[in-house]
Design a protein around this ligand. Structure first.
Ligand code: RRO
Length: 305
């Protein structure tokens, strides 16, 4: 096995290993990204940032589900003008790529925020077109190939950094959205954001989250996310980041076999920040056991005829 068997060139990003912090976990501070990187993440993705600050929804914003959580944070963020300072500082202390997650209310808005993030030093931009419950943002865009293509085109024209599009699982056929994003210029896709969900309290007889509905993440959604990656990889040769329920090395390997060449970890980080290291170690052992020289040797193997 090569000594750098775990390192990977992902859409122009040099990753020391195929694990990334998923967007939405650990917020916005350079210090927390640094902590995550020191714990072994190959890259970090920020929480989504927009053109203006947003306070987000009232509490409760998170509720425990069976083998997962449901969140409706409501895109709380400090706004890109404040956040650019954090990106610049992150660049001075991080040795792994920082990918800035961006959302907007129109194609122009997305492009303006993405440009500010790229100018501040983001190594790549991940477009959040898939927040499952915030009106006038992700939900409609992530479900419309036409709107999605328009946004991807405008953002692509505004930046010179790799452009990653994070897709929604809340669609009938994810490959239609994947095709729209790729044809409009996306360099890579993240599959997927959270699944639309609700929790209801039998005592109060009411929805638990203040926003009523939210997004389900964690181990319970892994088979759905895995199917999304498999469907996209079956049709397109685009770099894919698998996201949804990755908690251990075996999950990560399953996503690689389905066609992803990197994985994002979100919900599992809240339980154990060392998860990046244990996944990396486990993938390394697996590659050795299977006589594979590198991560890319096993990407997409589950598609063999
Ligand atoms: O902030 C949120 O409530 C949120 C976002 Br932006 C997202 O993309 N996915 C999610 O589950 N929650």
């Amino acid at each position: 096995m090569e000594s750098n068997a775990l390192s990977i060139d992902f859409a122009g990003l040099n990753l020391p290993n195929p694990t990334m912090l998923a967007s939405g976990i650990m917020g916005y501070s350079a210090e927390s990204f640094h902590r995550i990187a020191k714990s072994g993440a190959g890259a970090v993705v920020t929480k989504s940032v927009g053109s203006q600050p947003r306070t987000g929804y009232a509490n409760p914003t998170v509720v425990q589900a069976e083998s997962g959580i449901i969140n409706a944070m409501g895109l709380p963020n400090p706004g890109i003008d404040v956040f650019t300072e954090e990106i610049k500082f992150s660049k001075t202390i991080l040795r792994v790529p920082i990918i800035v997650s961006v959302f907007g209310y129109s194609a122009e808005d997305y492009a303006a925020v993405a440009k500010k993030a790229a100018d501040a030093g983001a190594d790549a931009v991940e477009l959040n077109v898939s927040c499952p419950h915030v009106k006038q943002t992700g939900a409609e865009i992530g479900q419309s190939p036409k709107l999605l293509a328009e946004i991807v085109q405008q953002v692509k024209a505004a930046i010179n950094k790799p452009l990653i599009v994070k897709l929604s699982p809340n669609v009938t056929d994810i490959t239609v959205l994947a095709q729209a994003a790729v044809e409009a210029g996306a360099d890579a896709l993240t599959a997927v954001n959270t699944l639309r969900a609700i929790a209801i309290d039998a005592e109060t007889q009411m929805p638990i989250l203040a926003n009523k509905k939210g997004g389900l993440s964690g181990a319970c959604m892994k088979p759905v996310a895995l199917r999304c990656v498999y469907d996209i990889a079956d049709q397109y040769e685009v770099p894919i980041i698998g996201c949804g329920g990755v908690s251990n090395w075996r999950d990560a390997v399953e996503f690689l076999l389905a066609g992803a060449s990197a994985v994002q970890i979100g919900t599992a980080v809240a339980d154990d920040i060392e998860v990046f290291q244990s996944i990396t170690k486990g993938v390394e052992n697996y590659l050795r056991k299977k006589n594979a020289r590198s991560v890319k040797d096993i990407v997409g193997l589950a598609h063999r005829k």
